[in-house]
Design a protein around this ligand. Structure first.
Ligand SMILES: *Cc1c(COP(=O)(O)O)cnc(C)c1O
Length: 359
């Protein structure tokens, strides 16, 4: 088998054993005589998967009863619109933190729905960074504070979340299930699955029930969290296969020891690469130290020509997907939960050798 080390930012690497299990079950799911791809979303096979995915998430994140877990479609981008459609009432405003490309997109959508106050803006800062959580000025009476827990392109990640005194709405697409956190300050969390949770096609939404109740009657039924809560995410046909893989991924995370174990492994992997950056005058990290991400590690080389050579030679050594986002250039190593430690070791060895030859 010729599997490479896959540093893609998303869709991204999945645990090998998850893929193997899906492969083994693909043609005949647990003796049902059909693939789960062909099964009814109301049949007992899929219903068990749907329930297991929710149970595993509840256990992993310690989600209390006042929150519901939803499996929706339209990606995190869909949630940029759906969140304000549901939570930003007439005459209200919401606070947003603009920390980069993804937060900017969320802001753009929210402004089409209601009044938005951008209370901090580090989106254009170089080196990339987040505002210090203690220095923020929140708007009194805001419906919520929106933030992006991990900026996938900029390579920054909130280590301590702000305390706005109103519910936090968070885009956790690229670090969901990478570390434990206290969910109680959050009113809504959403994540496209294709970074850290599974394949593209399902969007995980966790919402506090009382907040979802407030939706205006003018919002189309399909775009109300309330609708999906009442129908257990089966109002329309859910992305069954993506939820199935997500269920297998959550099972895998539980087996590894849950989010504490995941966070430890992720920190160890990231530290190996950051140590190279910190001890080199050849590589330069693009994010300030106190907010750099354990998921997406971004750095530059002395010239764009060297970056191009670096990415090309790495690729020839089965280190794939290291090109930085097209909007910023440079190099980005996305090392999500499923990215193996051996792949990090291989990249570190490659970086040292490349510096020796070209430094
Ligand atoms: C990838 C990503 C998105 C976009 O997700 P889609 O599922 O493609 O809509 C939004 N936010 C963050 C932080 C991301 O990493």
């Amino acid at each position: 088998m010729a599997r490479v080390f896959n540093f893609n930012p998303g869709p991204a690497v999945l645990p090998l054993e998850v893929l193997q299990e899906a492969q083994a079950e693909l043609l005949d799911y647990k003796g049902s005589g059909m693939s789960i791809l062909e099964a009814s979303h109301r049949g007992k096979e899929y219903m068990a998967i749907h329930q297991e995915a929710m149970d595993n998430l509840r256990k992993l994140l310690g989600i209390p009863d006042e929150y519901v877990i939803l499996f929706l479609q339209g990606g995190a981008s869909g949630q940029f619109a759906m969140a304000p459609m549901n939570l930003l009432g007439e005459g209200q405003s919401a606070d947003y933190i603009n920390s980069g490309a993804w937060a900017s997109k969320a802001i753009k959508e929210a402004k089409l729905i209601g009044k938005v106050n951008v209370i901090a803006d580090t989106a254009k800062d170089i080196p990339t960074r987040l505002p210090p959580p203690g220095g923020l000025k929140f708007t009194p009476g805001a419906a919520y504070l929106h933030l992006t827990s991990n900026e996938t392109i900029a390579g920054t990640q909130w280590k301590v979340f702000p305390k706005p005194g109103v519910p936090i709405v968070a885009d956790m697409s690229s670090d969901m299930l990478s570390r434990p956190f206290d969910i109680r300050p959050f009113g809504l969390i959403y994540a496209g699955a294709q970074k850290n949770l599974g394949p593209a096609g399902v969007t995980l939404v966790i919402v506090r029930k009382d907040l979802a109740e407030r939706v205006s009657e003018k919002v189309p039924v399909i775009f109300r969290y309330k609708t999906h809560i009442e129908e257990n995410s089966l109002y329309n046909t859910p992305p069954c296969f993506a939820v199935y893989i997500l269920a297998l991924v959550t099972r895998w995370v539980l087996k590894l020891g849950g989010l504490e174990a995941m966070a430890r492994l992720n920190a160890e992997k990231a530290a190996k690469i950051y140590t190279v950056l910190d001890t080199s005058s050849f590589y330069k990290g693009t994010a300030v130290k106190e907010c750099r991400s354990d998921m997406n590690l971004t750095f530059r080389l002395p010239s764009e020509a060297l970056e191009e050579t670096f990415i090309k030679e790495a690729s020839a050594q089965k280190l794939k997907g290291l090109k930085g986002h097209r909007s910023v250039g440079g190099v980005r190593a996305s090392i999500y939960n499923a990215f193996p430690a051996e792949g990090v070791d291989a990249l570190v060895a490659f970086m040292k050798e490349f510096e020796r030859k070209n430094g």
